[in-house]
Design a protein around this ligand. Sequence first.
Ligand code: NAD
Ligand code: DAU
Length: 353
Amino acid sequence: MERIKRKILITGGAGFIGSHVIKLFVNNYPDYDIYNLDKLTYAGNLENLKEIETKDNYSFIKGDIVDSDLMQNIFQEFHFDSVIHLAAESHVDRSIANPKEFIDTNILGTLNLLNAARNEWAEGGNYRFYHISTDEVYGSLGEDGIFLETTAYDPRSPYSASKASSDHLVRAYYHTYKLPVVVSNCSNNYGAFQFPEKLIPLAINNIQKKKDIPIYGKGENIRDWLFVEDHAKAIDVIFHHGVIGETYNVGGNNEWMNINLIKALCGIMDEKLKRDVGESAKLITFVEDRAGHDLRYAIDSSKLQNELGWSPSLQFQEGLEKTVDWYLANEDWLASVTSGDYQKYYDNQYGIT
Ligand code: NAD
Ligand code: DAU
C-alpha cells in the first residue's frame, strides 16, 4: 500500500522525549517532512538532535507556542497536515515554584496550536492532531488500583492541572469542531538526553560527582517507568494507527518505589564506576517531601497493546544500565546542560551555597 506523504509539525522536539521522537521519524520515514518547533527553554537542546540535523527531511523552527500569530503564520506557510504536540513545561517541582509558565505554555500554547490547525484544516481532510500527555492527570492511587483511559481526571499539581486542561481542550476541539485529534497519556519516562532535574538522571549525575541524592519524604512514592525509546515507538504506532477521537494509555507495567529504584541504581553505579559495593547508596539523603506529592501512579496500557499491538520492549535492568552508560559516556552534554541557570535553581532548592 502506498504511504501517505506527511508534513508533520513536531513541537518540543529539542526536549527529552521529543528528540527521540524526531530521530525515530526522521530516520524511519525519509519521505515525510519533519518540522521541529521549539522555544529552546532550559530543557530544549539542539545537541540532542546532532544525529539527524543535516537530513533533508528535517527542519528546525525556533519559536514559542504561546505566540498565536507565529502559530497561525507557520501553519499558513508550511501547510502541515499533522501535529505531534510534545512542547510543554514538564517538571512538577518547577510548577510548584512557578505555576504561571505552565499555564502559559501548556494551556495557552496548546490552544494556539489547536486554533492554527482548525483555521488551516478543512473538515474531513486527512489531518491529525496528536497530543502527548501524562498519567499524572488521573491523580494519585493508594496501594491498589490502576489508571484506565476512562479514569476520571483528578490532577493535583499545577503541572498536572495544566496538562489536564490541555487534554480537555484537545478533546473539546474534537467534539465541538470535529478536529481530528488523538491523545495519549504516558507514565514516567527514562533514558538518554533527559534533563538532570528528573529523578533518574539527577541521581546518576549526583552519584558520579559524589553528591547527596535527595529523596523526597520517606522515598515510598511509586512510579511506573518506561524506557523513552519504547514511548517513541508507541507514539509512532498511535500516530499512524490510533483511532481519531480516542485516548491511549502508555506504560511500562514496571512499578518501583523511589527508594528501591535508587538503591538498584546505586548498585549499577558502584559496578560501572568500580566503586565498593554500597558506596553510592551512602549518598542517599532524605529531604523534605514535595508539596502534595502524589503517592502512586500505575497505568493500564492494555488498550494500546491489544488494539494497536504495541508493547514495551526493554526490561528495566537493561534500560537502566543503558541509561547509566549513556550518561557516563556523555559528560560534556551533562556539563553543558547543567551550566548557567540550572545550577542556581538546583542549589537554591537544596540550600547549597
Ligand atoms: P522536556 O521538558 O524535556 O522538553 C520540553 C520541550 O518543550 C523542550 O525542548 C522545550 O524547549 C520545549 N518548550 C517548552 N516550552 C515551549 C514553548 N512555549 N514553545 C515551544 N517549545 C517549548 O519534556 P519531556 O519530558 O520531553 O516531555 C515532553 C512531553 O511529554 C510533555 O508534554 C510532557 O507533559 C509529556 N510527558 C512526559 C513524561 C516524562 O516522563 N518526561 C511522561 C508523560 C508525558
Ligand atoms: O508520570 C509522568 C510524569 O513523570 C511526567 O508527566 C512528568 O513530565 C515527569 O517529570 C514525571 O513526573 P514525576 O514528578 O513523577 O518525575 P520526577 O522525576 O520529578 O520524580 C519521580 C519521583 O521521584 C517522584 O515521586 C518524586 C521523587 N523525587 C524526585 C526528585 C527530582 C525525589 O525523591 N527526589 C528528587 O530529587
